[in-house]
Design a protein around this ligand. Structure first.
Ligand SMILES: C[S@@+](CC[C@H](N)C(=O)[O-])C[C@H]1O[C@@H](n2cnc3c(N)ncnc32)[C@H](O)[C@@H]1O
Ligand code: SF4
Ligand code: SF4
Ligand code: SF4
Length: 395
């Protein structure tokens, strides 16, 4: 008998929550999410009921096979919901958790943070993700209020409150057609905020079948990554954690990367809407990617359904020949399926729009990644690369 067993339940089950649906005090031009209100034309409130919260909490906790459980609160803007909702959520976690370790992470635009919120987050060990697109001239290009006013100073005020209360936070930035030209300003700005865990993601959006103007140009995306990488590898390895570089190294050594877009398969994080509908991924909240509703199916049934497993496997299985033959397949895996909107050299559909940029980036970092892999294989810290760079090893 084959002793290799397929063990789908060996990892945590993740379902992000939308305490409010597509509701927000900002109107970032590039937001992929606010249009989701059109999916629910008969619902004006877009808020999750406490009854649904309880149903989810009980089931989510009971379906976990690991001891640590993560609740991820997302939106829309999650702080449009009153604090009392989250107080209730914590009560329910306690009731159903029966002593298990439960963590909470919340993603916010930061503009609604107050002393009261920050004290609550500190007291309850929330990890707060805050969206900032770089220094003011970068951030304010697209992240505007409903009446088109800039939001940068409100966000900075929110960030200073998080720091004042000692709340654990990380920053999430998006890279678009504007800030892509300011990689070092972008990077140094985050460092100046004393943020040691930096995440950013490229924007690739289509509007009516056409590439949206705020999308990051493919090759510039590669240049952006390379410029920051060259700075990081000189002086910041081991001190600043940059999700892309860490994930690239993980792929280089054959570990799972932290970012889903660079993994071979995906679909491990579903998302539950305010009414109990569950979708394959936050970037695939479309009727055809709905995997069920918590009032009709269990979370386990939905997240381990054939539909969801196929969604995750398709990331690799549907790659065009150009990717399958690519030297960097093991590091890229065709990136996110939502960005596979162009044709390959031979006219095959399904090539990633960012291919050119990624290829340039992987080619550039390859010798550095090889070096760090060798250090790891010899039980030495990858941060040794900084000395090698100073000694001209890569010239
Ligand atoms: C939809 S927002 C919801 C949470 C919260 N309102 C915020 O802005 O952080 C989640 C994240 O997606 C990012 N985002 C918005 N539109 C995007 C797009 N078109 N492509 C990639 N990321 C996007 C936002 O900047 C934010 O970091
Ligand atoms: S703050 Fe978040 S939800 Fe609101 S418009 Fe901007 S990206 Fe979208
Ligand atoms: S579709 Fe894209 S964003 Fe969603 S899980 Fe897969 S790689 Fe990640
Ligand atoms: S670099 Fe381009 S060809 Fe290579 S795997 Fe990525 S998207 Fe495919």
């Amino acid at each position: 008998m084959n002793n290799i067993t397929f063990a789908p339940f060996a990892r945590p089950l993740y379902v992000m929550l939308k305490p409010v649906g597509a509701v927000c005090n900002l109107r970032c031009n590039y937001c992929y999410y606010l249009e989701k209100k059109d999916l629910y034309p008969n619902d004006m409130k877009f808020t999750m009921s406490e009854e649904l919260l309880e149903r989810f909490t009980e089931e989510y906790i009971n379906s976990q096979t690991t001891n640590e459980i993560m609740f991820a609160w997302h939106g829309g803007e999650a702080l449009m919901r009153n604090k009392s909702f989250y107080v209730k959520a914590l009560e329910l976690q306690k009731k159903y958790g029966r002593g298990r370790q439960i963590d909470n992470a919340i993603q916010t635009n930061g503009t609604l943070l107050t002393d009261d919120w920050c004290k609550f987050f500190k007291d309850n060990n929330f990890l707060v993700g805050i969206s900032i697109d770089g220094p003011q001239h970068c951030h304010d290009v697209y992240r505007k209020t409903r009446d088109k006013r800039p939001s940068f100073f409100q966000v900075m005020k929110g960030l200073s409150l998080l720091k004042k209360h000692g709340v654990e936070f990380n920053i999430m930035g998006v890279v678009n057609d504007y800030n892509v030209d300011y990689p070092l300003e972008f990077y140094n700005f985050f460092k100046s905020l004393d943020c040691h865990y930096i995440q950013f993601a490229p924007i690739v959006e289509q509007v009516n079948g056409e590439l949206a103007s705020w999308s990051v140009p493919s090759e510039k995306w590669g240049d952006f990554l390379i410029t920051i990488f060259d700075e990081w590898v000189k002086q910041d390895v081991g001190n600043y954690y940059i999700q892309y570089f860490d994930s690239t190294l993980a792929n280089w050594v054959g570990e799972n990367p932290g970012v889903c877009t660079l993994a071979k398969n995906c679909g491990h994080a579903g998302v539950m809407e305010f009414n109990g509908d569950v979708y394959a991924c936050d970037h695939f909240v479309y009727p055809e990617y709905k995997i069920g509703n918590i009032y009709r199916q269990t979370l386990t049934e939905m997240m381990y359904s054939d539909k969801q497993i196929n969604f995750g496997n398709d990331k690799y299985d549907t790659l065009p020949g150009q990717c399958k033959d690519c030297d960097f397949l093991f590091a890229c895996y065709g990136e996110c399926p939502k960005n596979r909107i162009i044709e390959t050299r031979t006219g095959e559909t399904g090539l990633n729009y960012l291919c050119k940029g990624y290829h340039k980036y992987f080619k550039h970092v390859a010798p550095y990644m090889d070096f760090m892999k060798n250090e790891l294989n010899n039980q030495r810290p990858p941060a040794n690369i900084m000395e090698a760079v100073h000694n001209g090893y890569f010239k």
